[in-house]
Each structure stands twice: as C-alpha cells, then as structure tokens.
Design a protein around this ligand. Structure first.
Ligand code: ZN
Ligand code: ZN
Length: 68
C-alpha cells in the first residue's frame, strides 16, 4: 500500500504532474473547494483576470485553497 496520500482532481482525475484530459495541459496544482467538498486541479478551475492570485471553482465559483 502506498502510504503517501496523493490528491487528484475530482473532475478530470489528474494528479500533479499528470496531463489533464480536459485541457491536455499539465496539472501543476491541486486545489480544495470547501463548498463542493472536492479537489480540483488548476485546469479544472479558473483565475479571475483582476485577481490572479485567487483560484476559483469551476462549478460553484467559490475561492479554493491550494493543497498540493
Ligand atoms: Zn482537473
Ligand atoms: Zn466548488
């Protein structure tokens, strides 16, 4: 058993350093949406143009926390 927990995106299934099937881009970060209680990668979320440091959930538009 692999003891190290690896978080993966609940939307496209990719982990960090894997290619997201959604955008075919490399996933660099996984975020946690408290509202959806799910993890999403940087490809399955978006950044508002005026607040580039804030990553938003694609589903519910709430601010997500970086977890890996
Ligand atoms: Zn994803
Ligand atoms: Zn959400």
């Amino acid at each position: 058993m692999d003891k190290k927990f690896k978080s993966s995106c609940n939307y496209c299934g990719a982990e960090v350093d894997e290619i997201s099937q959604r955008t075919e881009q490399k996933v660099t970060t996984i975020y946690d949406c408290k509202k959806c209680r799910a993890n999403y990668c940087d490809q399955c979320s978006y950044v508002k143009e005026d607040t580039s440091d804030v990553q938003l959930c694609l589903r519910c538009d709430s601010i997500m926390e970086k977890i890996s």
